[in-house]
Design a protein around this ligand. Structure first.
Ligand SMILES: [Fe+2]
Ligand SMILES: [Fe+2]
Length: 403
């Protein structure tokens, strides 16, 4: 069962039981028009070789009428028809120059990057076919970091250390958690939607978005578990809060969504989660907030890296991003934004109770948090290229719902 350029020895191996694999390799090693001799002891070799050669696009050579005559086929011009017109979908390793194409071809279908794609595969056309629209320079590193940072809620969170707060504080926490769950739901739906809209050629972007949506799923789970430890019902979901999230859900473009959700929304959310970690009534809650904030920081990092790259390539996109922020602000002008219950709950949680002195302390803490959130948004917008005055104004247009 060996083969050279012009001959192949199948031994006793029948063509329909693996011999075809060796024949195909021998054909591939030959030039079009070249004769390939086939040796073998299977009694049906001649019959099967004739059918195989016809099927593969080679010319069957009628053997002379002598008993010891060798069987052979002549490699056809159109042989390897499956490969004719096939294209190489880049290289698997993104560090290889040119590995990641500027534009993915629909004809590559969902072929892995680096594969040779047979012509005629079903096309795959999605919204994100351009590298510029979804890529980030350090994306493979961001993905590796995200993959290495997954945590198991049952092991990572000390669930038994969750009963130390007063009833007022527990109720405030449940209201805040309700609000967090709703925001996480929007983030899950958005990242899952865009994961399905990225062409698989840009696989790291697709994977990272899918992973982000899994992380939001985990956040929803741990927030819900904590909220229902002592209460059988969640807090309230308001029309204003939902209206704010609706504008995020309805943003059709990834870069704009990346700005509104990741850079501004999740960026603000990180400040909120750190605030909640600091003011958590118990170790269980503090751990949940710390772990969620770590994940959210990665979501912000992807948004920043993606937009920084896009703007470096095409600075004319900056005014379009500005428009997206203004459009969202206009759409939310008549809504209440952050619901009163959430604001009051943050004050009660940070103050640690309902005594006037507690409320005064909590109020100051929340006012400080708001300033911190605004400064963070302004800083990130400046990093993206907005001048300081404009960045400050745009940071102020962000939804009062935080995300
Ligand atoms: Fe999240
Ligand atoms: Fe997130």
């Amino acid at each position: 069962m060996t083969f050279g350029g012009q001959w192949v020895d199948l031994g006793a191996l029948p063509i329909d039981r693996g011999g075809g694999i060796l024949l195909r390799r021998a054909a591939a090693a030959a030039q079009p028009g070249e004769r390939v001799e086939v040796r073998g002891s299977d009694p049906s070799l001649a019959v099967h070789l004739r059918a195989w050669a016809r099927r593969e696009g080679h010319r069957w050579e009628e053997p002379p009428m002598t008993a010891q005559a060798a069987l052979a086929f002549v490699r056809g011009d159109a042989a390897d028809a499956r490969r004719a017109g096939s294209t190489l979908a880049g290289y698997p390793d993104p560090r290889h120059p040119g590995a990641v194409a500027e534009r993915a071809a629909a004809a590559w279908g969902i072929a892995p990057r680096g594969a040779e794609v047979e012509a005629g595969a079903p096309p795959h056309t999605v919204a994100l076919m351009e590298k510029c629209e979804c890529w980030a320079d350090d994306l493979p590193a961001l993905l590796r970091h995200a993959l290495a940072s997954q945590w198991n809620p049952q092991e990572a969170i000390p669930w038994d250390q969750s009963h130390s707060g007063s009833e007022e504080v527990e109720s405030a926490l449940v209201q805040i958690l309700t609000y967090l769950i709703e925001n996480e739901t929007a983030a899950l739906l958005i990242s899952a939607r865009f994961a399905a809209q990225v062409h698989p050629h840009f696989r790291e972007a697709m994977q990272l978005l899918a992973l982000q949506s899994a992380e939001e799923a985990r956040h929803i789970e741990v927030f819900t578990q904590r909220a229902t430890m002592r209460h059988s019902r969640l807090g309230s979901s308001t029309a204003g809060g939902q209206a704010s999230l609706r504008t995020l859900l309805e943003e059709p473009r990834f870069p704009e969504s990346s700005l509104l959700l990741s850079v501004l929304g999740e960026g603000t959310f990180v400040d909120l989660l750190r605030f909640l970690q600091e003011h958590a009534p118990d170790t269980c809650t503090a751990t949940i907030m710390r772990l969620a904030a770590q994940d959210e920081s990665r979501h912000v990092a992807f948004g920043m890296a993606h937009l920084s790259r896009m703007l470096a390539i095409d600075p004319s996109r900056l005014p379009l991003l500005e428009l997206a922020m203004e459009r969202r602000h206009a759409a939310l002008r008549d809504t209440a934004g952050l619901n009163e219950e959430v604001f009051e709950s943050l004050v009660v949680l940070a103050g640690g109770g309902l005594a006037p002195a507690d409320i005064a302390r909590g109020f100051d803490s929340v006012a400080h948090l708001m300033k911190q959130m605004h400064a963070g948004r302004r800083r990130r917008l400046e990093t993206l290229g907005f001048d300081p005055t404009r960045a400050d104004a745009l940071a102020g247009l962000h939804t009062r719902n935080f995300m």
